[in-house]
Design a protein around this ligand. Structure first.
Ligand code: HEC
Length: 136
């Protein structure tokens, strides 16, 4: 009986610890549009994952300059270059040189939101080895 209680208690404690680990975020508050974007449901779930429009546009546009060994003087960037909050700030403030000089303008506002969603969702603080959603 005592043994069962001990096992039960340690289960509860480990679940409590695991649930505090940062996991892949499921929603994002967008400061510009003042909207809450639900990232793990329907079209947004698909388009903000590695095969969606967000990733595609990030690769096609941002990585067009921010690749390794590029000639444009852009620092190398990939999804884990910043944490979720960092990426959100970059898109909310738009103070980086490339955001101000029109380099982002080939993207529509909707596409920029999706690139922001994609980076937010897969930023460097979102990996959780205990969550099947971020496994691999
Ligand atoms: C036409 C080329 C070009 C494109 C396209 C471009 N960037 Fe940039 N970006 C630059 C350059 C060049 C810099 C460095 C500016 C400087 O010297 O301060 C920069 C700087 C940045 C920085 C600051 C990096 C640091 O370490 O200081 C971030 C973040 C950034 N870009 C994000 C993006 C994102 C997100 C996109 C796509 C939506 C994008 N960029 C598209 C050229 C580009």
């Amino acid at each position: 009986m005592k043994k069962t209680i001990v096992i039960l208690l340690s289960c509860i404690v480990s679940i409590a610890i695991l649930s505090t680990v940062q996991a892949r975020p499921n929603k994002r508050l967008d400061e510009r549009t003042k909207s809450c974007r639900i990232l793990n449901n329907g079209t947004l779930d698909w388009e903000t994952d590695h095969w969606g429009i967000g990733a595609e546009k990030f690769k096609a546009v941002c990585k067009g300059c921010h690749s390794l060994d590029n000639q444009s003087g852009a620092p190398f960037l990939y999804m884990e270059s910043y944490g979720s909050t960092g990426w959100n700030n970059i898109f909310a403030k738009r103070t980086k040189k490339c955001a101000r000089d029109g380099s982002w303008d080939v993207l529509t506002q909707d596409e920029l939101l999706l690139v922001n969603d994609y980076l937010y969702r897969n930023a460097n603080d979102t990996y959780d080895p205990n969550d099947a959603d971020t496994c691999g």
